[in-house]
Design a protein around this ligand. Structure first.
Ligand SMILES: [Fe+2]
Ligand SMILES: [Fe+2]
Length: 209
């Protein structure tokens, strides 16, 4: 049911909208538009990188349509090996389901786009610029009250560098790791990666707004 959708028109955005409507998840579509808006606000991106980031942002949460009681089967059936850690928090699997749906339903073949979708929640070590932008834009789109201070500080750090904004988020997750149902191994890899990067180059301003 998740992968046999037939499109009604040629616009990616319209197809995504109708896909979410089919599953009665228009709120995720609204969030999707917020993430695209965050990508649009990133300055100094090459056109092809920006285009890939926008496409990935449009597709990043498609896996949200897969029901919690289906998602392990859905991911496993499509080649994802689900770890015992991931079983502790099934929500984490939506990033993998999103990649599967983006590929199978929306026919995305570009690995830069697929990989950034696949790590948009956890990130991973040595991420591409597209992985970083999609990850950051997703977080910056959060509107919940409990995230306001976190988001504001990420924005402050982003004034200095993209990596510092991302590291600030990863560091806050790392501090809470013992309280989380699933502190994902990719997030820990990303945390250690950025920690080392920032220690080596604390004033990197190669990507600034
Ligand atoms: Fe997500
Ligand atoms: Fe999202």
């Amino acid at each position: 049911m998740y992968t046999d959708y037939k499109f009604e028109n040629n616009s990616l955005m319209e197809n995504i909208k109708s896909y979410y409507e089919k599953f009665d998840m228009s709120s995720v579509y609204d969030h999707t538009l917020d993430v695209v808006q965050q990508v649009d606000m990133i300055k100094n991106l090459e056109d092809d990188i920006r285009a890939k980031c926008v496409t990935a942002a449009l597709l990043h949460d498609l896996g949200r349509v897969v029901a919690k009681n289906d998602i392990v089967n859905f991911c496993t059936r499509n080649g994802k090996i689900v770890s015992s850690n991931e079983l502790n928090y099934l929500g984490i699997l939506h990033q993998f389901a999103s990649r599967i749906i983006a590929h199978q339903v929306f026919k995305i073949e570009d690995l830069d786009i697929l990989e950034s979708i696949e790590c948009h929640t956890t990130l991973k070590k040595n991420p591409s610029i597209i992985d970083k932008i999609v990850f950051l834009s997703d977080k910056l789109s959060w509107k919940e009250k409990e995230h306001i201070d976190l988001i504001q500080e990420m924005k402050n750090r982003y004034e200095h560098s993209l990596d510092e904004a991302i590291f600030y988020y990863l560091e806050s997750v790392h501090k809470q790791r013992d309280e989380l149902a699933c502190y994902h191994e990719w997030t820990d890899d990303a945390y250690n990666y950025f920690k080392e990067e920032i220690m080596q180059c604390p004033f990197d301003t190669s990507i600034t707004p």
